[in-house]
Design a protein around this ligand. Structure first.
Ligand code: ATP
Ligand code: MG
Length: 403
């Protein structure tokens, strides 16, 4: 019998209250999905999700009666979020799919643990465990697949992809994270054959899965496989084999530096063209901040700034994030970006010690000339190495005004 090793969340008094309220001692609540999978692998997972036989309304009232904050975050599909010791835990009533259309499912509640496991995507994601004893329940040979680092659909891959097309991307995402060597051939063949189904999905769902995939520690081999398999072609045809070398180089640098960024990795896979990146960001419904960041990555630096003055000038003008993004995307290796990273970490760009009022005091009339003068002064201030001395700057300003 396989047991989940002791998990940190088990020590939380709040979690113990949840478990008592939902009758863990009678087997009515289990920990499910990623937390079991990651717990067995000894990898600290992000979220701990529970499943229960109690209907969502009963989950709400039982939690409230036990003094646990309960939020009906997705009550229409069976999910209640319990807050224990400032941590959210999703508790979902056992479900089965009654109808699917590739995008969403109509569900019914059940009290059958196996049925709930069967609607999950991969065998390694269908494990559940008793939260008190750690006993693991495995209805679809997930433990064997986990040991073999194999991502395998539960049931026929074509059927499972027809139920929910997002599983194509999820197959690659979990392979990137857990897989060894080549993926399960049946799953891979089905994903390649059905890649066009991705077009039916919302851009938001595609974006979320894609970014999670790119955030895997080393997604290079998986992305290569997806590119050659034409997985991106229907939704992001701009990702081509031409960008794989740049992508692999960036991932290598990020791993050495321990600084992983999904958006930067996306930029490495795309042409360095600001208009195109803007368009793709809109297509993927990225936030405004993410879109601006992606677009800023269109500029690459054939030569990285080497001397301190140049590095600081760029940090001042562009900000640390843009400087690092461009440097990491442009650099041949991690060593080359080291001086730049150190400076971005240790140096805080100063503020220009004079303002528009000072310029006007020098006789420049209120209007665009003030900003222009200030810009000219700022340029000279940057070139001079950001002197803090106000009087020296006022002298510079006087100089600019005079001539
Ligand atoms: P992560 O650490 O990346 O969050 P996870 O396993 O928790 O991994 P989620 O996407 O959060 O992944 O999904 C939680 C669980 O819900 C999965 O383990 C799986 O059992 C089930 N699941 C999620 N999405 C699907 C889907 N599209 N089809 C079937 N089952 C799914
Ligand atoms: Mg999760």
């Amino acid at each position: 019998m396989t047991c989940l090793p002791p998990q940190p969340w088990q020590d939380s008094p709040g979690v113990q209250r949840i478990l008592a309220a939902l009758e863990a001692d009678h087997g009515q609540i289990r920990v499910v999905g990623g937390a079991v999978r990651d717990g067995l692998l000894g990898r600290a997972g992000a979220d701990v999700d529970f499943a229960t036989t109690f209907p969502p309304e009963a989950v709400m009232t039982r939690l409230q009666a036990a003094g646990v904050k309960a939020i009906p975050t997705g009550i229409e599909h069976g999910t209640v979020t319990a807050v224990a010791d400032h941590h959210p835990y999703e508790i979902t009533t056992l479900r089965r799919d009654v109808a699917t259309d590739g995008r969403r499912a109509t569900i019914a509640y059940t009290d059958d643990w196996r049925e709930d496991a069967a609607r999950r995507d991969f065998t390694i994601n269908a494990l559940s465990a008793d939260p008190l004893t750690g006993t693991v329940y495995d209805y679809f040979d997930g433990l064997a697949d986990l040991a073999a680092h194999r991502v395998r659909f539960i049931g026929d891959p074509y059927t499972r992809i027809a139920e929910d097309h997002l599983r194509i991307l999820r197959f690659f995402r979990f392979h990137a994270r857990f897989g060894h060597d080549s993926p399960d051939p049946d799953g891979l063949a089905a994903c390649v054959a059905r890649a066009r189904d991705l077009m039916a999905l919302s851009r938001e769902r595609i974006r979320d899965e894609l970014l999670k995939l790119l955030a895997a520690e080393d997604p290079v081999a998986t992305v290569r496989l997806m590119t050659t398999g034409g997985i991106f072609t229907p939704v992001l045809p701009e990702i081509t084999v031409d960008h794989l070398d740049a992508f692999a180089r960036l991932v290598g640098i990020e791993r050495t530096l321990g600084d992983v960024c999904d958006l930067r990795r996306l930029a490495a896979l795309l042409p360095a063209d600001a208009d195109l990146l803007d368009d793709i960001a809109r297509r993927l419904r990225l936030s405004n901040a993410e879109r601006k960041r992606l677009v800023a990555m269109a500029e690459r630096w054939p030569q990285l700034p080497a001397d301190l003055a140049d590095i600081r000038a760029r940090l001042y003008r562009l900000g640390g994030e843009t400087v690092l993004d461009r440097a990491l995307l442009s650099a041949p290796d991690a060593e080359t970006v080291a001086p730049l990273r150190a400076e971005a970490r240790d140096w805080t760009p100063p503020r220009l010690p004079i303002g528009g009022r000072d310029i006007m005091a020098l006789g420049v009339p209120h209007g665009p000339a003030v900003a222009a003068t200030l810009r000219a002064v700022e340029d000279r201030w940057i070139a001079a190495g950001f002197p803090a001395d106000r009087d020296a700057l006022l002298a510079l300003a006087r100089d600019s005004v005079a001539g």
